[in-house]
Design a protein around this ligand. Structure first.
Ligand code: DGL
Length: 272
């Protein structure tokens, strides 16, 4: 409860991911809630998270949360499926009473809504897929749904490298997605916040009949509802997000600015 006392509607929203992926959530937050001040942390020194074990992901998640708490946020958004799947409770415990929202429930709910035949594909990191978090959530929401899951670990470095629309990404996407297409899915959950960066490439490979589910927009709606309910919506003047990274700020800037379509101020290097 220590941190709650300092919270007001002008407190920032803290958002974190292992790298650039969480910016897909920041983009949607900025569209829906332009008056909110966002502090974003990308753990670029330790990306990727999705190939690591659960204890390691929990340790990173606790440290990322502790870092954001230094800025006294009114809400923490886990813009990372891997952390949401493996360590939501760790983040909640570390956040000491500050609200926490993850991305899994929003993505699963949207997929059920959009899928006509309830044959849903889900792609994510190795850790997310092995955790069964999406499979469990989808079945909890609708017991008749058929879920086809596939880990696509190479998509994360391709997004980090700015290779989202490169021909190499298309070849890799074809290889990864072939078995899901054979299963006649009609919706595909992009169960990693890095993957929307590759959206045009993935859509090209799966074709128009498969609806891509990007949970970022649904998460932004959840954030708005949460803040409204807590009477914490800001009416401050819009300002660019404050961006913190744990390594290589310059490299992060190139991909981040291209993706957000805006110039960012100083990208701050922070120690965890
Ligand atoms: N963007 C993250 C996710 O949504 C993590 C990717 C990674 O670091 O492996 O899972």
């Amino acid at each position: 409860m220590l941190h709650q006392s300092a919270i007001s509607s002008h407190s920032p929203i803290g958002v974190f991911d292992s790298g650039v992926g969480g910016l897909t959530v920041v983009r949607q937050l900025r569209q829906l809630l332009p008056n909110e001040h966002i502090i974003y942390f990308g753990d670029t020194a330790r990306v990727p998270y999705g190939t690591k074990s659960e204890p390691t992901v929990r340790k990173y998640a606790a440290e990322d949360t502790a870092l954001l708490l230094r800025y006294e946020p009114k809400l923490i958004v886990i813009a990372c499926n891997t952390v949401s799947a493996l360590a939501l409770d760790t983040v909640q415990e570390t956040a000491k009473g500050v609200g926490v929202l993850g991305v899994i429930k929003a993505g699963a709910t949207l997929a059920i809504e959009k899928s006509e035949h309830k044959r849903i594909g889900v792609i994510g990191t190795q850790a997310t897929i092995a955790s069964y978090a999406y499979q469990r959530e989808l079945h909890r929401l609708n017991k008749d749904v058929q879920v086809f899951a596939k880990a696509c670990p190479l998509f994360v470095p391709l997004a980090e490298e700015g290779f989202a629309t490169h021909e190499a990404s298309k070849l890799i996407a074809k290889e990864y997605l072939a078995e899901l297409l054979d299963s006649r899915i009609d919706a595909l959950i992009l169960g990693c916040t890095h993957y929307p960066l590759l959206k045009p490439t993935i859509q090209d490979v799966v074709g128009k009949s498969v609806e891509l589910i990007d949970s970022a927009e649904a998460v932004a709606r959840e954030v708005k509802a949460h803040l409204a309910q807590q009477q914490l919506l800001s009416d401050a003047t819009p300002q660019p997000p404050r961006v913190l990274v744990s390594d290589m700020p310059q490299r992060f800037r190139t991909v981040a600015e291209r993706f957000l379509g805006m110039e960012l101020g100083e990208i701050e290097l922070v120690a965890l």
